[in-house]
Design a protein around this ligand. Structure first.
Ligand code: NIG
Ligand code: FE
Length: 412
């Protein structure tokens, strides 16, 4: 099956296969081809170039993209798409003056979602989650990481991971699964942290690894959640079972989580709303991808990740949604890209790099996703006719996506 896209106004993020992430000043560069064609063969990008060089082909299908931009679909490296119900009451409570922290302290927040999840059947959880996955696919996401972390019991965590596995099997979008049993301490372990960590290390991790239910391990390293020492202990246990760490750090406080992440060679460190000069220093000359979640900052009215300082320091940066019921009930990567430009002062080129190739890197997918490269998976966004790709962040409330292609197939 061959699909040919012709007359593309501008083809974005054209890269050599050696580029697995972009950092610092390089983030401002977005390589493109104007008036381009692209060939998809058996779900992969097989060829592309300028229209003048279009070779003689006999495709099964031809798409005319005159006036339209084509770019790699979004790579959303941090989500909690599998959850039960919602937390709209907490949203209203925050409008009325309570803080996210106060809500968590009264037993709401993550524990509220865990209660709902443990009361929801696996089938119902799958049905709710698949609706969210279908929505983000329509919004241009072609690869996504999904975390557990609302079970907080052996059965609840396994249930979440099985739902993620079922989504993987049933949808063309590329999915990576992360075990986040260390998301919060369940009430019964409030005074017995060691007991819950033992459960994670001795029961959850071995069972999950044996059943190949996760690719990565995550910990919410934060005051009132998991300490740096506890985070190190859990990362170490995960690594022994082949799970690479991707951790939640520096959302509200800088307590040394980033340094723990670099020490254990985490694939990514995520959130980073609160960054000290030492934290930025610690990330220099490492393989760790920093990940910003601007929709979370927006929804909770907390600081935005200091992208300018980090990029000036030569660091790479990825952008993801954090789609979850508490801090970010949105999986819209288009909004993330726009908000990064508007609130974090990232240029459109930097934001698109952060949401494609760097997002792919943060999921260990950069060799197959995140750029227009021969041999990579044909995950593409075709926009509506636009004046330039600046429109994507500029017209922040408009849906400018006309067609989404995942693994070579039109899904919309
Ligand atoms: O990434 N910060 C920790 N975890 C999630 C939100 C958890 C929740 O409120 O349900 C996050 O923001
Ligand atoms: Fe998160």
């Amino acid at each position: 099956m061959t699909t040919l896209i012709v007359n593309i106004k501008e083809l974005l993020q054209v890269r050599d296969s050696s580029v697995l992430k972009v950092s610092g000043a390089d983030m401002a560069v977005l390589p493109t081809i104007k008036n381009a064609y692209l060939v998809i063969e058996n779900g992969l990008i097989s060829d592309f170039g300028a229209m003048e060089e279009l070779p003689q082909t006999t495709p099964n299908k031809t798409i005319d993209a005159a006036g339209k931009i084509v770019l790699p679909s979004w790579c959303d490296s941090h989500t909690h798409i599998v959850y039960a119900g919602n937390r709209e009451q907490e949203f209203v409570d925050r409008i009325n003056g309570m803080t996210y922290e106060e809500i968590a302290n009264r037993g709401g927040g993550i524990l509220n979602s865990a209660k709902k999840l443990n009361e929801t059947s696996e089938e119902e959880l799958y049905q709710q989650s698949k609706g969210r996955l279908e929505e983000v696919m329509q919004l241009g996401t072609g690869a996504v990481e999904i975390k557990s972390g609302y079970g907080l019991t052996v059965e609840g965590e396994l249930k979440m991971l099985r739902v993620i596995q079922r989504l993987k099997q049933n949808y063309p979008v590329t999915i990576k699964a992360t075990f986040l049993g260390a998301h919060a301490f369940p009430l019964e372990y409030k005074e017995n942290h060691k007991g819950y960590i033992d459960l994670i290390i001795n029961e959850m991790i071995p069972t999950i690894a044996k059943n190949k239910l996760a690719d990565f391990i995550d910990v919410f390293c934060e005051t009132g959640y998991f300490t740096v020492e506890e985070t190190q202990q859990i990362m170490e246990a995960g690594i022994k079972f082949g799970l690479k760490p991707k951790i939640h750090v520096n959302q509200f406080n800088s307590i040394g989580g980033i340094q723990a992440g670099t020490q254990y060679r985490a694939l990514s460190v995520d959130h980073l709303e609160v960054m000290t000069p030492n934290d930025i220093e610690a990330l220099k000359n490492t393989d760790v991808m920093p990940v910003a979640l601007p929709s979370c900052s927006y929804f909770l009215s907390i600081p935005y990740t200091p992208a300018r300082e980090m990029i000036s320091a030569g660091l790479p940066l990825a952008l993801a949604t954090d789609f979850n019921p508490g801090s970010t009930p949105s999986g819209n990567m288009n909004f993330v890209v726009a908000t990064a430009c508007i609130k974090m002062k990232m240029t459109p080129e930097e934001a698109i790099n952060a949401a494609t190739i760097n997002g792919a890197y943060a999921m260990d997918l950069a060799t197959t996703h995140g750029s227009i490269t021969r041999g990579k998976v044909a995950n593409l966004i075709i926009t509506k006719p636009v004046s330039s790709y600046y429109q994507l962040p500029y017209a922040f409330g408009s849906n400018l996506i006309e067609t989404v292609i995942i693994a070579g197939e039109i899904i919309s």
